[in-house]
Write a protein of this length. Structure first.
Lengths: 114, 113
């Protein structure tokens, strides 16, 4: 089945140790998003790619970076994780970036920072 | 800034009852979407309603949209224990062409068997 896959599902890292989260999709969608969701809060958009064009949200910390080497894969790099970065990280895709399209979410990666 | 606000924050009902969740937003929109999130999982799209629509149905779901009041409601009829989840509304910005969705804080629904 076509889907959005996130690996790993659970990630534990140490304070300050870089970590990379992975997202892949078999939907061949043009747009890929990364959201951060803290406990009992709404998902918050960090950035998105429309094809190869990177769009950063104004309030996304510099500590967060993203790479999209091809249509199928997108990575979230956290250069120096802090305790406040512990959260669920959700990847999503959509066909077009106009906001009229459904977004398809992966199951998420729960990040713990020790 | 937060676009959508939902109430109630938490709702607990018995199986078979109806559940109604409300969402209010601040700016004009092209469409409003509802998503469901089971505990510790990703979000699943439920329904999209466009700004020129007033009501939409999908199975046991009924969504209404009142653009004059900048509000929407999600009704789940004949609820089941499997409906237990968090429900989020999400809006785009009228002038947005980025696909950016802004999510409300969500309503946590518990359906007791």
């Amino acid at each position: 089945d076509a889907m959005v896959i996130q690996n790993p599902r659970y990630q534990v890292t140490q304070f300050g140790k870089p970590v990379t989260l992975s997202c892949s999709q078999t939907l061949n969608h043009n747009v890929m998003y990364w959201y951060q969701q803290k406990s009992s809060q709404a998902p918050k958009l960090l950035f998105h790619y429309y094809d190869k064009d990177f769009n950063n949200e104004a309030d996304t910390p510099d500590n967060f970076q993203s790479r999209r080497p091809n249509t199928s894969f997108c990575f979230l790099d956290i250069r120096s994780p802090g305790l406040g970065d512990a959260a669920m990280y959700l990847c999503a895709t959509s066909r077009d970036p106009t906001g009229t399209d459904t977004q398809y979410f992966g199951p998420g990666t729960r990040l713990t920072v020790l | 800034s937060q676009q959508g606000e939902e109430d109630p924050q938490a709702l607990s009902i018995q199986e078979g009852e109806n559940a109604t969740m409300n969402c209010s937003y601040k700016t004009s929109i092209n469409n409003l979407q509802w998503y469901r999130q089971n505990s510790g999982r990703g979000l699943v799209h439920l329904i999209l309603i466009r700004s020129n629509e007033r009501e939409k149905h999908s199975g046991r779901l009924r969504v209404t949209l009142d653009t004059s009041k900048k509000s929407s409601s999600l009704l789940i009829t004949a609820s089941r224990a499997a409906d237990t989840a968090s429900y989020f509304c999400a809006t785009d910005g009228l002038a947005s062409n980025t696909g950016k969705l802004i999510f409300g804080q969500g309503t946590t629904l518990q359906v007791k068997p």
